[in-house]
Design a protein around this ligand. Structure first.
Ligand SMILES: Nc1ncnc2c1ncn2[C@@H]1O[C@H](COP(=O)(O)OP(=O)(O)OP(=O)(O)O)[C@@H](O)[C@H]1O
Length: 372
C-alpha cells in the first residue's frame, strides 16, 4: 500500500511566486489495485506521482510504501521497486526495442542473455509482435511505443507502478485497445498502481478507486467509480464527472437474469422470401457460429441476405455483462428488441427496454438506505 499522510508540495515556498501544487493530501493506494488521480490541468497530479519515487521532494508530510517511509529509503533502492511510465513512453531513441526493455535488469546486473530473454517475454505480453524487437523507437507507431514503455517499466517486476498519462498521446481507438490490454495485464500481475489522467472516462474505466483533485492540489473525492458517478460530493465533482451519470453508473451493475424472448432468425445468404415469411419487419441474422451479425429489414432483401444489408447500429449485450450494456442493446436495436449473447458470443434471445427498466428500479429500491 502507498500511503500519503498530510502531504503538501509548495514550489518556491517562501517566495512571492510560491505555488501550492499539492495541499495536505491524505490518500491510500491499496496493494494490488489501480488508484487513478484525475482532475483539471494544474491540479497537482504529476507532482503527486513524482513525490512517490522522489523525483520531487514534499514540502511536508510523509509517503510510505508498505509502512516504510520513502524519505528514509535509499533512493536507488526505492526506484528499483517502482516502475514508471510516462506519456510518449520516453524510450531511448538509440536503443532497439528489446534493449530498451532490458535496460533496468541490465543496470541491476542481470546478464545480457537473461535480460533479453525476459524482455522478449514482456514484449509479447504487452501485445507486441516479437518481430518489432529489433526496431528502434522511431520505427514504431505511437501505440506500439507506449506498449514498449509499459514493458520496460515491468521489466524489473516492480510491485509498484507509477503511470503518468501513459495512453494520452494516441488516437481514441488505439487508446481503448491499450486500456483493455492494460486491464488484462493487471488482472494477471496485480501491481499497486498510481495512474494519472485528465480524462474522467479513462479514470472510471481503469480505476478500482478514483481520486478527484481540484486546482490547488486539494483532494475533492476519493471513491470507487460507481460511487463517484452515483454520489458526487459537490458541484465541482459532479461537473467534472460529467453528464449521463445515472446511465454511466449502470456499467457497474451486473445484468440481472431476465427472461429472454426467443427470436426467429435468419442467416447470410438466406433468400428474401424466407426472410419475409417470418412476418417481422426486422429479422436478426446470425453468423456460422450462431453469433448475431446484425438486423436486416425484411422488405429490403430483394435476392438474398447479404452483409451490405445489415444494420450496424445495434449493440450486443452479454448475459454476464452490465445493466448498461443490456439497456443499450435494447435502445440501440432498430427493432427495439435488444440482442443478448452468451459469454462465447452466441445468440441467446432478445429483451425489451421495458423489461430492463423495472430491473433497474428494483435494484434502486433494494439499495435505498432507510431514513434514520
Ligand atoms: N517545477 C515547478 N516549479 C513551479 N511550479 C510548478 C512546477 N511544477 C509544477 N508547478 C505548478 O504546480 C501545479 C501543479 O502542477 P502539476 O504538473 O503537478 O499538475 P498536473 O495536474 O499534473 O497538470 P497537467 O494535467 O496539466 O499535467 C501547477 O500550477 C504548476 O504550474
Amino acid at each position: 500500500m502507498i500511503r500519503f499522510e498530510r502531504v503538501t508540495k509548495t514550489y518556491g515556498a517562501g517566495t512571492a511566486g510560491a505555488t501550492t501544487a499539492v495541499d495536505d493530501l491524505t490518500l491510500e493506494a491499496p496493494t494490488g489495485r489501480i488508484t487513478v488521480l484525475v482532475g483539471p490541468s494544474g491540479c497537482g497530479k504529476t507532482t503527486t506521482l513524482r513525490m512517490v519515487n522522489r523525483m520531487i521532494t514534499p514540502t511536508s508530510g510523509t509517503i510510505t510504501i508498505d509502512g516504510r517511509d520513502t524519505a528514509a529509503l535509499d533512493v536507488a533502492e526505492l526506484r528499483r521497486n517502482i516502475g514508471y511510465v510516462i506519456q510518449h513512453a520516453g524510450l531511448f531513441p538509440h536503443r532497439t526495442v528489446v534493449d530498451n526493455v532490458a535496460t533496468v535488469p541490465r543496470l541491476l546486473g542481470v546478464d545480457r542473455r537473461t535480460a533479453r530473454a525476459r524482455a522478449m517475454e514482456l514484449i509479447e505480453r504487452v501485445g507486441l509482435d516479437p518481430s518489432l524487437a529489433r526496431r528502434y523507437p522511431a520505427q514504431l507507431s505511437g501505440g506500439q511505443q507506449q506498449r514498449v514503455g509499459v514493458a520496460r517499466a515491468l521489466a524489473a517486476d516492480p510491485p509498484v507502478m507509477l503511470m503518468d498519462e501513459p495512453f494520452s498521446a494516441v488516437d481514441p481507438v488505439v487508446r481503448e485497445q491499450l486500456q483493455n490490454e492494460f486491464l488484462r495485464l493487471q488482472s494477471d500481475l496485480g501491481k499497486t498502481i498510481l495512474f494519472v489522467t485528465h480524462d474522467i472516462d479513462e479514470a472510471i474505466k481503469l480505476g478500482d478507486q478514483v481520486a478527484v483533485l481540484r486546482v490547488g492540489g486539494v483532494l475533492a473525492q476519493l471513491d470507487t467509480p460507481a460511487r463517484l458517478l452515483a454520489d458526487p460530493v459537490d458541484d465541482f465533482v459532479a461537473e467534472f464527472v460529467g453528464r449521463d451519470r445515472g446511465y454511466r453508473a449502470l456499467a457497474f451493475e451486473d445484468a440481472p437474469e431476465l427472461a429472454l424472448t426467443t427470436e426467429p432468425t435468419t442467416r447470410l445468404g438466406a433468400p428474401g422470401d424466407e426472410v419475409r415469411a417470418i412476418g417481422q419487419p426486422w429479422v436478426l441474422a446470425l453468423g456460422a457460429d450462431g453469433d448475431p451479425v446484425g438486423w436486416v429489414r425484411a422488405d429490403a432483401v430483394t435476392t438474398t441476405v447479404d452483409a451490405t444489408l445489415l444494420h450496424r447500429g445495434g449493440t450486443v449485450a452479454r448475459s454476464d455483462g452490465s445493466l448498461r450494456a443490456l439497456l443499450d442493446a435494447a435502445l440501440s436495436s432498430p427493432s427495439g428488441r435488444g440482442v443478448v449473447a452468451d459469454r462465447d458470443g452466441r445468440f441467446l434471445g432478445t429483451i425489451l427496454a421495458s423489461q430492463v427498466v423495472p430491473a433497474i428500479e428494483a435494484r434502486r429500491e433494494h439499495k435505498e438506505v432507510p431514513a434514520s
